[in-house]
Design a protein around this ligand. Structure first.
Ligand SMILES: NC(=O)c1ccc[n+]([C@@H]2O[C@H](COP(=O)([O-])OP(=O)(O)OC[C@H]3O[C@@H](n4cnc5c(N)ncnc54)[C@H](OP(=O)(O)O)[C@@H]3O)[C@@H](O)[C@H]2O)c1
Length: 271
């Protein structure tokens, strides 16, 4: 087992994101007997995983863990707070991935929570390719932060933030970002169909283009600007398209507006 991982862990909410995180932790070597899962309606997959690995699922009681990861929907905070309160001690580090819920919101609803990390993962966490922005309050301390880092790293990149208020911007960029990229695939496929390709062929080409470009970006030491410039011959076809995408009303202002809307929405979820 990775020595930096927390010695005991409770996961509250094993849905899409919580379930993906759990799989990442187990793959990293977190001991199943160190984990307890609470979920109001566990999916068949989670039931099977817990049974196969000997993970306690919804036990009557559990000892307060070193770390408790809260991964229910933000709207459920009030309902889930008593369960969280009862499961932890003041020494437990609470790691919340609830979009928009501030440390002040969390400690108001869960008075035992003193040591709090807010983390914002994203969907590729399920294949270990996630991007997580995280902020720890002072009480978390170096050891708690190292344990949170080890745990969150099981799902990909972890970036620590200098202030909590950056979390809403992280939510708007990487938290929601995978959906923007999926939409890009849809738009490219639709444009391909309009340009005359059979729609299913356009969809396959668009999907592989975005996947391939992502993998190239990952494999390359070059930044996206250089990779883009390298495939753009002056006066060529790519240049003609980029004149539209990078022109007035193109992707720059559109993305700025989209990210601002997501950030605003994250702010509205607090309380
Ligand atoms: N999905 C993403 O891409 C993403 C990205 C970044 C952050 N997040 C954050 O991740 C969190 C979870 O999102 P999700 O998409 O994984 O949601 P989800 O699939 O609905 O998972 C939440 C799980 O918690 C369970 N639950 C609800 N109330 C509970 C309670 N009182 N006690 C115990 N379990 C309870 C739910 O059961 P029921 O189904 O029965 O309600 C469900 O299994 C959200 O706060 C979101 O902001 C998600």
């Amino acid at each position: 087992m990775n020595a930096a991982l927390p010695p005991s862990l409770v996961l509250v909410g094993a849905g899409k994101m919580g379930g993906a995180m759990l799989e990442g932790w187990l793959a990293l070597g977190l001991a199943p007997q160190a984990v307890t899962v609470f979920d109001a309606h566990p999916s068949d997959d989670i039931r099977r995983l817990c049974e196969a690995r000997g993970i306690a699922l919804n036990p009557e009681r559990a000892d307060p863990p070193a770390m408790l990861v809260l991964a229910t929907k933000p709207q459920t905070l009030e309902a889930v707070a008593p369960l969280v309160e009862g499961a932890m001690s003041p020494d437990t580090v609470l790691v919340s991935i609830l979009a928009g819920k501030t440390i002040a919101d969390l400690t108001r609803r869960i008075p035992t929570a003193r040591r709090v990390v807010r983390a914002m993962p994203n969907l590729p966490a399920s294949i270990g390719a996630g991007a997580t922005g995280a902020y720890a309050n002072e009480a978390v301390g170096d050891e708690g932060r190292a344990q949170a880092h080890a745990l969150l790293s099981a799902n990909g990149l972890v970036e620590w933030l200098a202030s909590e208020d950056l979390i809403d911007a992280v939510t708007a960029v990487s938290g929601s970002g995978p959906a923007y990229v999926f939409h890009l695939v849809e738009c490219l496929a639709a444009a391909g169909a309009t340009a005359g390709l059979p729609p299913d062929l356009a969809a396959r080409l668009a999907r592989q283009t975005v996947t391939g470009a992502g993998r190239l970006l990952e494999a390359s030491e070059l930044g996206p600007e250089t990779l883009r410039a390298n495939v753009t011959s002056p006066g060529g076809t790519t240049a003609a398209a980029l004149e539209v995408l990078m022109g007035e009303g193109g992707m720059t202002p559109l993305m700025r507006e989209a990210v601002a809307a997501a950030k605003r929405r994250a702010g509205e979820l607090s309380g």
